[in-house]
Write a protein that binds this ligand. Structure first.
Ligand code: 8OZ
Length: 370
């Protein structure tokens, strides 16, 4: 029987166990540059089979919150190099989550103070976090986006390609494409945010076109075995909406089956919320999604996430419903989560007031077992 503590070879990744640290936004990178604190934080958690970084902007246009990191400027790449060196020195593996927020942004965070970009000029019912001119922070409604011209899309694909190259330069073991939670790629996928009438809107095939082009470009640049992807078929996060997620995500995973990827990462239910959250008329069938992927020839490791505890995670791996399980908040408060799960030791509680922003408190000071 497979356990969470068995090693796994997944694409080009050789992982010590089946436990991943989920991507977690922490807003501790002023000017979008990861710091020594970032390096210490990830190194503390290096016993995870795989660390997935917090979402990291592939371009200035892809930035949507204050103090989130980027992967497009030399000083950002140098900052990430400190992180990957620290993680590797501690024996861990780390991939970077590649992020373009699309319409989940604010003019004050965009190049030249311009409008955020989106598949269509539809404002999300969502908030983002900005730093005011006086230095205080606040949650504000996202700005009205402008629709991307079809002629701009190759440039966005190119930004992903360049960021994937930068990820390798920064020493990452691979990348995870953020195609979840209502950000740019997900905005293209879903009919609630994509009203385009060109080759990138309308049919499911068209709405998935940007995702496929991004994956193609990254795979060509760094290899499929170092490329993973995260999807969230039913999440309502950031105003993501589609009445028919089942055929949409069936098509998505059939496309993903074209490459021998590192992994496919699926958020089950509402991100950070109810696992049985539903869009459309029927409960989403995650087993059917995995079967559709396998049926199409997909062989990459299947990573699941959202509200897993020790028991549920162990069962998912034992019963073959998943190869890897990603834990989020439990990894914030338990740097040695793998050991605690192995020993069935109690977990530290997390303090949600220190999730976003700040410095060491709630970042570096959660204790490991003696
Ligand atoms: C929480 C706060 C800000 C961003 C996501 C990148 O939901 C995020 C995020 C989460 O994927």
């Amino acid at each position: 029987m497979t356990t969470l503590f068995d090693p796994l070879v997944s694409g080009d990744l050789s992982l010590a166990n089946r436990i991943a640290m989920a991507p977690l936004t922490r807003n501790r990178s002023p000017r979008a540059v990861p710091t020594e604190l970032t390096a210490a934080y990830y190194a503390q958690r290096a016993s995870a089979g795989l660390l997935i970084t917090e979402a990291t902007a592939i371009s200035h246009q892809g930035q949507g919150y204050a103090h989130v990191p980027g992967l497009y400027a030399p000083e950002q790449i140098a900052g990430w190099r400190k992180v990957t060196d620290a993680v590797h020195a501690a024996g861990g593996k780390i991939v970077v989550q590649m992020w373009h927020v699309g319409r989940i942004s604010h003019t004050s965070l965009q190049p030249g103070g311009g409008a955020p970009v989106a598949p269509s000029a539809i404002t999300a019912k969502a908030k983002t976090y900005i730093i005011n001119p006086d230095g205080s922070g606040s949650f504000v409604p996202t700005s009205a986006p402008r629709a991307l011209d079809i002629g701009e899309l190759p440039g966005i694909v190119e930004d992903y390609r360049r960021a994937a190259r930068a990820a390798i330069e920064a020493g990452f073991d691979g990348v995870e494409v953020h195609a979840a939670n209502g950000y740019l790629i997900d905005q293209f996928l879903r009919s609630g945010s994509n009203h385009r009438t060109d080759a990138y809107g309308g049919s499911i095939e068209n709405r998935a076109r940007l995702l496929v082009e991004v994956m193609e470009a990254i795979v060509a640049e760094i290899g499929a075995g170092r490329t993973g992807i995260r999807i969230s078929p039913v999440t309502p996060a950031n105003d993501a909406a589609d009445p028919a997620p089942a055929p949409l995500f069936k098509h998505v995973v059939e496309q993903l089956a074209r490459w021998p990827l590192a992994y496919v990462h699926v958020i089950e239910g509402a991100t950070g919320g109810a696992r049985d959250f539903q869009q459309g008329d029927e409960p989403f069938d995650y087993a059917a999604l995995k079967a559709a992927y396998t049926q199409a020839g997909g062989r990459a490791a299947w990573m699941v996430n959202n509200g897993y505890d020790r028991e549920l995670a162990a069962a998912a791996v034992a019963e073959g419903r998943a190869d890897l399980v990603a834990f989020g908040k439990a990894f914030i408060s338990n740097p040695d989560l793998v050991r605690r799960l192995r020993e069935n030791a109690p977990l530290n509680e997390w303090d949600s007031t220190t999730f976003y922003g700040g410095t060491e408190k709630g970042y570096l000071d959660y204790p490991a077992l003696a």
